[in-house]
Design a protein around this ligand. Structure first.
Ligand code: HEM
Length: 218
């Protein structure tokens, strides 16, 4: 599997796969294929894809560690940038179709509606992660500080989920929210479990006299 993941064609193929939702939405928009309310469809679909990409990014490390497909790590940055790509589209669709690009009204709406404020906070936190996802930024910040900053993705996942929960609370429709909540709980729970088992292994190694360095994973 690592060999396949390292193949030069794999990255472009995954890139194209990540663009498929965008292609489907663009095609639907130009062919009248987005249902009775295309604006709502676009806002919701781009929101869904943002949350899906956040889940996919969070799944990379657990999958890499449990399967030992270490080459998966080379796709994490691209997947994170796609989460940002879809949230920018989501924000643009909302600003255009719901608010007609009236910046004053957008600011008032963000302040007035808590679920929009939570979504906007997630977007604001995601921005420095996207901006520092390049090698030069990692070098400039230093690996440790960069890793600390990128732990914000856990907060962003929580805010994205809260935003979705709050939006659906008005409609009393929580089925999908619970599915995402379960996925995110498993992915974050795995990190807690992995951290605890590494500490335990380190303590045992320490007790036996052979220190083993802790390797951190985000
Ligand atoms: C990481 C950030 C965000 C995530 C993960 C996210 C995710 C979502 C999701 C999953 C939905 C529901 C889609 C559905 O019902 O199928 C949604 C709806 C929505 N979001 Fe976001 N969102 C984010 C940021 C934002 C921002 C920045 C804004 C605007 C400032 C925003 C405004 C909205 C609006 C207006 C809706 C539709 C509400 C409705 O149709 O009643 N979101 N979002």
């Amino acid at each position: 599997m690592n060999k396949l993941l390292m193949h030069p064609a794999t990255k472009p193929v995954i890139f194209l796969l990540c663009l498929l939702p965008f292609a489907r939405l663009t095609y639907g928009a130009f062919t009248d294929g987005l249902g009775a309310n295309p604006a709502e469809f676009l806002i919701r679909a781009t929101g869904d894809w943002t949350l899906r990409f956040i889940c996919i990014v969070l799944a990379v490390t657990p999958l890499r560690v449990t399967t030992k497909w270490n080459a998966l790590a080379r796709f994490r940055r691209m997947l994170g940038l796609f989460a940002y790509f879809y949230v920018v589209l989501h924000l643009l669709c909302y600003s255009w179709f719901d608010m007609g690009f009236e910046w004053g009204d957008i600011a008032k709406d963000i302040a007035k509606r808590p679920f929009i404020l939570v979504g906007f906070s997630a977007f604001v936190l995601l921005t420095p992660l996207a901006a520092t996802s390049f090698n030069r930024a990692i070098k400039a910040m230093g690996a440790k500080r960069w890793q600390m900053l990128h732990k914000l993705v856990y907060v962003i996942a929580g805010l994205g989920l809260l935003h979705f929960f709050w939006m659906r609370a008005g409609k009393n429709n929580f089925a999908e929210v619970f599915v995402y909540a379960a996925i995110i709980a498993v992915l974050l729970g795995w990190r807690v479990w992995n951290y605890a088992s590494k500490r335990r292994a380190k303590a045992i190694a320490g007790a036996r006299g052979g220190e083993k360095p802790l390797r951190s994973t985000t």
